[in-house]
Design a protein around this ligand. Structure first.
Ligand code: EPZ
Length: 417
């Protein structure tokens, strides 16, 4: 097992390129099951989660290859319908095969995802939506056993604008009989990308990006080619890296609009944020001001940047309040940031972050993907060395973070634990 070692204090400078979006490519990989033949997806990030989804598809008899950020997914020989526990427990997004399997094969056996450190993460909205489209669903031995003799479109209203449930329902409804309407749908850019992918396969999805999505079911879909959108969470993470180190960096191949909520608070904090075309220029400064945030569904402030933003606020002048409304217990990074000297108090789903002059390097442990990114950012400004263990978490969502940060002047390396 590796760990990452960072010697803090370098002002980052130069340019970094952003890769394709993990949270867009995962549902798109599942959506390939909706058509017979080979689909090609480009700008695919080299991440552990992409490899896991590839394994889930291969267990279904799909032939898949990933070379040089290009995925070829061929469903011609597909004969399976089970997503096993040993894979699903390592990645909740494996549940994305539920809708496509029901739509394309009329049956699916998908393991229920395991527990999560952030509290309960049920999949009840996914299951209810499949039932509303006419599927029979049993939960047995930890598996969702689903079957259908033909899905039928109808209005489906979500109590929560769930990204995952919106994606699964869109895929299941793409070839259902008649029209499906998703009310209170998620509006994330990854949902818009999935709708574009389904439409490129010959689907009829409208309204993606708004809270009401309409899907006119079509008889069949065909394989296609698609380029993945940039990863807005990776983009945001590097924006904060530039800000926290008082650096001057350019973030390329990204989509500035997708991180407007972060750009807004960074500007309020006194950070220079210039956007032009697919590039964001960050000009950080030592005396950053504290600015409160509250996470919410897109276009609100993303929960997937909450931990990274907390690292920044831990060295910002004044006190800040960070409220987490999506995953109420998503604070597993707090005890580790405190080990680096941060002053953070938790009350319910709110973190009160006080100002400290400096952080000091220490051994810390990554607990999940975004928490590990926050520890890397804190390590960039902490005095001395920070040793981050369990970095396999970071490989789930960041491709080559050491080489990218090293390219910006950070003193960072990956060493065997
Ligand atoms: C997606 O997770 C992302 N994952 C998460 O990013 C992200 O944090 C989350 O959306 C919110 O933006 C992927 O795209 C693979 P939700 P998802 O369904 O789909 C509740 C990362 O770091 N809910 O929008 O699982 C749920 O408990 C990951 O890249 C139900 O109650 O999130 C949560 O409170 C972490 N029942 C809220 O809805 C359901 O059936 C939003 O969850 C489904 C969700």
């Amino acid at each position: 097992m590796d760990k990452i070692v960072i010697r803090g204090g370098q002002k980052l400078k130069g340019a970094v390129k952003i890769g394709g979006a993990k949270n867009a490519v995962l549902p798109i990989m599942a959506a390939c099951l909706l058509a017979r033949g080979e689909s090609v997806v480009t700008n695919v990030p080299g991440l552990r989660d992409v490899v896991t989804m590839k394994s889930v598809l291969e267990r279904l008899g799909v032939r898949a290859s990933l070379n040089d950020h290009t995925l070829r997914i061929d469903t011609a020989a597909m004969d399976g319908f089970e997503a096993p526990y040993d894979l699903v427990r390592t990645m909740r997004a494996s549940i994305y095969v539920l809708g496509p399997l029901l739509a394309s094969h009329g049956k699916a056996k998908v393991s229920l995802p395991g527990g999560c450190a952030w509290g309960p993460r049920p999949v009840d909205l996914h299951i209810r939506a499949m039932q509303e489209l006419g599927a029979q669903i049993e939960i047995e031995h930890g598996y969702i056993i689903a079957s259908s003799s033909g899905l039928k479109g109808r209005p489906i209203k979500f109590s929560i604008a769930s990204v995952g449930a919106t994606a699964n329902t869109m895929m299941a409804a793409a070839t259902a009989e008649g029209k499906t309407q998703i009310i209170n749908a998620a509006k994330e850019p990854e949902i818009v990308a999935l709708a574009e992918f389904i439409n490129k396969m010959g689907g009829a999805v409208t309204g993606a990006g708004t809270d009401t999505i309409e899907i006119e079911g079509v008889k069949s879909l065909r394989p296609t080619e698609f380029a993945t959108i940039p990863d807005r969470i990776e983009t945001g993470t590097y924006m904060i890296a530039g800000a926290i180190t008082a650096g001057k960096i350019e973030i390329k191949d990204c989509c500035p609009q997708h991180v407007d909520s972060l750009s807004m608070v960074l500007r309020q904090a006194g950070v220079g944020v210039e956007c032009s075309g697919g590039t964001i220029s960050i000009k950080g400064r030592r005396d950053i001001a504290s600015v409160d945030v509250l996470t919410s569904p897109y276009p609100g402030f993303p929960t997937d940047l909450q931990a990274q933003y907390m690292a920044l606020m831990s060295v910002a002048r004044g006190n800040s309040i960070i409220s987490e409304t999506i995953f109420k217990d998503r604070f597993t990074h707090v005890p580790e940031l405190r080990r680096l000297g941060a002053d953070i108090k938790i009350e319910g789903n709110t973190a009160h972050v006080g100002y400290v002059k400096r952080l000091s390097g220490a051994p810390v442990m990554a607990t999940d993907l975004r928490a590990s990114a926050a520890l890397v950012l804190a390590g960039l400004v902490a005095d001395g060395e920070t040793h981050i263990s369990r970095v396999y978490h970071i490989d789930r969502g960041y491709e080559g973070i050491e080489s990218k940060l090293g390219g910006l002047g950070a003193l960072i390396e990956r060493v065997p634990e």
